[in-house]
Ligand binder design. Structure first.
Ligand SMILES: *Cc1c(COP(=O)(O)O)cnc(C)c1O
Length: 396
């Protein structure tokens, strides 16, 4: 029976490849870090990991993970509400709530699940969800699973958001949903204006802090802190799989009743396994580190400014923004692929993005800076960009 489908899939895969959008994976043979070993045997500087704070292979985090493995075992073989809740899970939920100044937190296997499971338990057909057009796929899927009325506003367009708030005024509860930092451009949601509109039109606010938790804002509390509106944001989702250790896991944090209702009804929480103890133990250490010092996010900010200055001085266009995501614009899709390949030959691991991941004519190499990068790593990266940029006539 598979024969017909096999032919169909082969043809589709071929079309994907011919369109130049077939995804191939480069193989790394070392831990994630400022530099990694790739399977060709070289040491290359990583410029595209979400390892913003350098915690993915931090010795204290690895030790905490090992300790939890010894004290709490390998796996839970259960969902949370049957026999999958350990003291360390409760400890982590309390630590995350304390970090954000919220009432409670619920853990998930991934932020994809946190976003996938946040709307359906809370909102019905009487309600409205008002979502930024560039929100993450997991938010889009979460909204699809919910019967609430859907409104989509143009990316960061506050006039359009206000229009949607007016249109949805008949609905019972309304929530504005946005990514905190948008990962392709590295731009921040206009959280102060969003919160002001939410106040004016009596709506809740939810932000997905996957690309900002731990480093945006003076103490790393994220985009709401950056704009001084932490008290105005109702629901925060985030991942443990990026800056906060980089393994996996997600969370939703907010008011007690909301988190309580998610524990009762959120399907990815009820029907998926409990986070592994070694991840929970490591995450507890991560929040201890971030609650005691801003050193890592300060280093990250310094590194980002250092790298940006060199790249701008060399004549490259970058998308401006306040995050460690630095998109270096090449505009042309084929050029972005060639550029990334040449960078790898020069010892720099970065990826070229083009349509449909970014708008047509906006191809780029998206670089992401880490607190783990040394100045030498960043010098090496900038030198490679300049060498390849001249070679391919991007800069003179
Ligand atoms: C990465 C990301 C997610 C998914 O996080 P996982 O924990 O890997 O599932 C969700 N939202 C945004 C904005 C992200 O960048």
């Amino acid at each position: 029976m598979y024969g017909k489908m096999k032919d169909h899939l082969q043809a589709e895969l071929k079309a994907i490849d011919e369109a130049g959008i077939y995804k191939r994976e480069r193989v790394i043979t070392s831990p994630q870090g400022a530099t990694v070993h790739v399977s060709t045997g070289e040491d290359v500087v990583i410029m595209c990991a979400n390892n913003y704070l350098g915690l993915s292979s931090h010795p204290d985090v690895i030790q905490a993970s090992k300790d939890a493995l010894d004290s709490h075992g390998y796996g839970m073989s259960s969902v949370r509400f049957i026999c999958g809740t350990q003291d360390i899970h409760k400890e982590l939920e309390a630590k995350i709530a304390k970090f954000y100044g919220t009432e409670d937190t619920i853990l998930y296997a991934a932020a994809f699940d946190a976003n996938g499971g946040v709307f359906e338990p809370l909102f019905t057909a009487e309600d409205a969800i008002i979502s930024d057009a560039l929100n993450h796929a997991s938010i889009i899927d979460g909204i699809r699973l919910c019967k609430a009325q859907r409104y989509r506003y143009k990316h960061s367009d506050m006039a359009d958001l206000e229009e949607k708030l007016k249109e949805s005024q008949a609905q019972r509860f309304r929530i504005i949903v946005t990514d905190g930092v948008f990962s392709m451009d590295g731009d921040l949601a206009k959280m102060d204006e969003i919160c002001a509109l939410a106040d004016k039109y009596d709506a809740l606010v939810m932000t997905d802090e996957c690309h900002s938790a731990g480093f945006i804002g003076k103490t790393g509390r994220g985009v709401p802190e950056h704009f001084g509106v932490q008290d105005h944001v109702d629901i925060v989702t985030g991942t443990l799989g990026k800056a906060l250790g980089g393994a996996m896991g997600g969370y939703t944090t907010g008011p007690k009743e909301i988190i309580d209702m998610l524990r009762q009804k959120s399907r990815p929480y009820l029907f998926s396994n409990s986070l592994a103890p070694s991840i929970v133990g490591a995450s507890n250490k991560v929040f201890d580190i971030l609650s005691s010092t801003t050193e890592l996010r300060d280093t990250l900010e310094e590194n980002t400014n250092y790298f940006k200055e060199k790249i701008i001085a060399a004549g490259f266009d970058i998308k401006p923004g306040d995050s460690p995501i630095v998109p270096i614009m090449l505009y042309d899709a084929a050029l972005s692929q060639k550029f990334a390949d040449r960078l790898l030959e020069e010892g720099i691991y970065a990826i070229g993005f083009f349509y449909p991941v970014v708008p047509k004519g906006e191809a780029r190499i998206r670089t992401q800076i880490s607190a783990a990068h040394s100045k030498e790593d960043l010098d090496r990266a900038a030198a490679a960009f300049i060498k390849v940029g001249k070679e391919l006539d991007v800069i003179s």
